[in-house]
Design a protein around this ligand. Structure first.
Ligand SMILES: [Zn+2]
Length: 217
């Protein structure tokens, strides 16, 4: 998509992305700028099954959608909602509440909160891709030894949840240097497992520091 075709108004964005082909093409452009490749084996030999809107890899024979390997993968929310949400979060300079987001998208406030949260996180890391490769999982606490925690604390405060004692933070460190951290409410294993699943691409090796029982997601 070039600048001329990119929707300039919210109504334009909603209309544009409501067209499933537009949504799909946009996803392909940001996810695979060099051309579609299989997320399982990296092959670029595949066929598109238009009725199901998925690709079938000719090499490993697995199927994959445009959401595969992205933060959108494990949610039932369509790209026709995700992209207008991205548009709003990026363009509304004064910020947008989950309530407003939900109203514009026609989703519940809870869903809108989830989308808002996930999109903002992606904007911080600069990618909609899930982390891949070797990942280290590290559990720490705000106020503890971790160096970057003040940033997260600030965000917690903005969201109105600060100052409630210790908040568990899980940092996922990609070995090649990209760091992604996630604030979670509690530090029990179940919560961590879920967070790892959400953020790490299937097939990545997960290394745990002080946590037992973490498996490949
Ligand atoms: Zn493949």
């Amino acid at each position: 998509m070039n600048e001329e075709t990119f929707p300039k108004t919210l109504l334009g964005a909603i209309k544009y992305f409501a067209d499933r082909d537009n949504s799909l093409n946009f996803m392909v452009q940001i996810h695979w700028p060099e051309g579609v490749t299989c997320p399982w084996c990296d092959s670029s030999e595949h066929s598109f099954i238009s009725t199901r809107r998925v690709w079938k890899c000719k090499s490993c024979r697995k199927q994959f959608s445009a959401k595969a390997g992205t933060i959108f993968e494990d949610s039932p929310i369509g790209l026709d909602k995700w992209f207008p949400a991205v548009w709003m979060i990026v363009n509304m300079k004064n910020g947008i509440s989950s309530y407003e987001l939900g109203k514009h998208l026609g989703v519940t406030q809870k869903t809108a909160w989830f989308m808002n949260h996930r999109i903002r996180k992606a904007m911080q890391t600069g990618t909609f891709k899930k982390l891949s490769g070797e990942v280290e999982v590290d559990e720490t606490y705000i106020g503890g030894k971790a160096r970057n925690m003040h940033k997260w604390k600030r965000e917690q405060r903005i969201q109105g949840r600060g100052g409630v004692g210790k908040v568990a933070v899980m940092g996922l460190l990609e070995r090649d240097g990209e760091v992604r951290a996630q604030v979670i409410g509690e530090a029990d294993q179940d919560t961590l497992h879920k967070a790892v699943k959400r953020n790490v691409r299937r097939g990545s090796e997960v290394f745990s520091d002080g946590l037992e029982g973490l498996q490949r997601p």
